[in-house]
Design a protein. Structure first.
Length: 217
């Protein structure tokens, strides 16, 4: 097996060096676990407007059809993510969408010619997407137990703002991005571990409540 760095990482591709490519792969995977459609839309829009030159594996995101569909889904997700319990249902469905999409986008950042490195990028992207998704879903489910809606909306808006900031940071300052990503991962893993027991207990109480409810004719 050839473990040498592929030409796409040894030399610049679309004006990107190896550090930028790895940062782009990492941010696409991680951010997909939070706001997949926003990631697709912003990345494609930046390429279509000429703000950045996307690697060949990501240039499909610039297609008008992809941009239009992604933009529509961004709006749907924006409002769905602000409604308690609707956001949790949305997260549950997207467990099967965000993680493979994060893996595919991370792989696309390196391109098919990268060989084994493309596969490794896909694993990294899928893992980062899974971590971000798990933290988001667990935190939002815990917050939904609160009767007031403001904490839910606040967390949703924080996610809306974090994704474009991290995309910009990965593109403009990849070293700073990796530091921020490491800190974010520590926080996300801690939240998932701390809140998982609470969410599991909440689900158990809900099942017990509805299971004990009498059946009406």
């Amino acid at each position: 097996m050839d473990w040498a760095w592929p030409s796409s990482l040894q030399q610049t591709v679309s004006g990107l060096d190896a550090m930028h490519l790895l940062a782009l792969a990492a941010v696409l995977g991680w951010a997909s676990g939070l706001r997949l459609y926003l990631v697709v839309f912003l990345t494609g829009l930046a390429g279509a407007m000429g703000w950045i030159h996307l690697p060949p594996g990501l240039q499909v995101l610039q297609h008008p059809g992809v941009l239009g569909l992604a933009g529509f889904l961004v709006l749907v997700e924006f409002f769905a993510d602000k409604v308690p319990w609707v956001d949790s249902a949305w997260d549950a469905v997207h467990t099967f969408i965000r993680i493979p999409a994060g893996a595919a986008l991370a792989a696309g950042a390196l391109g098919a010619d990268a060989g084994v490195w493309t596969f490794m990028a896909a694993l990294m992207g899928g893992g980062l997407a899974a971590t971000a998704h798990a933290a988001k879903a667990t935190t939002r489910a815990a917050v939904n137990a609160s009767p007031e809606p403001f904490s839910n909306i606040g967390l949703s808006l924080l996610g809306d703002a974090t994704v474009p900031v991290m995309l910009w940071l990965a593109w403009s300052h990849p070293f700073a991005f990796f530091i921020a990503l490491a800190l974010a991962l520590v926080v996300m893993v801690a939240l998932t571990v701390l809140l998982f027991k609470f969410v599991r207990g909440l689900v158990g109480r809900l099942r017990q409540h509805f299971g004990a409810s009498p059946v009406r004719a």
